[in-house]
Design a protein around this ligand. Sequence first.
Ligand code: GUN
Length: 279
Amino acid sequence: MAKIIDGKDLAKKFREEVAAEAKTLTVKPHLAVILVGDDPASHTYVGMKEKACKAANVESTVHRLPAEATQDELMMLIDGLNSDRGVNGILVQMPLPSHLDQMAIFGAVKREKDVDGFHPTNIGLMNLGFAEALIPCTPAGIMEMLKSIDYPLKGKHVVVVGRSNVVGKPLSTLALLADATVTTCHRHTENLAHFTRQADVLIVAVGKVNLITADMVKPGAVVIDVGTNRVGDKLVGDVDYDAVATLASFITPVPGGVGPMTIALLLKNTVLAAKIQNG
Ligand code: GUN
């Protein structure tokens, strides 16, 4: 039976560390969150982020724009926050309404304030292995989870299912930088199970209930489930948890796995951003 990697517990430890570090800074770090429209899930996530900031000695402000806000209005808000010396981190909550250009927004947030790690410069710095890179929160949180179980990736086969800019692609990069052999699978991959069965570490970030069944997992594998799918009033991942847990060595639950770590790493990035800006 797999051991559970308790993201909630680990995130709590992380948040306490961040809170202690934030206290050592002369000015309280400040995160600005931009929320466009009224996607209910986004409102919930932003509320969780605000609460986490408060508990970690990080100031937060939420800037709300209506769903019909224009690209120019959003850009002007970002420009103002970019030049506001009192703001250390800027996060534009995704997804944006479809008429807005997400890629342009990623590039508009000043790289030093880009706590999501979505700016092309941060992506480049991360790929080259520079320490000052701001790294996307979910992949960074997953790497911390692997560290917490003392699982060195060197020489291991990491299979990432999903190639999003937010999770799959940066995670594949981080695993490669940690000397793993990396396979990235996606919607066009033929015979997905052929690859997943080879994984020492299987990371799934797709958003499809029961995509990964027990027959697709090597016994003893570490399984990280990034999926968050709403089924009725329950939240479930992409992995058939009960069946896969009988043969994996470690597994992350949903909820209480990767999600809490994402928020903890957002706080960490905000403190790092404040440090970068204040030399
Ligand atoms: N929506 C879902 N995940 C994320 C994230 O990591 N960052 C932002 N900005 N929006 C999201």
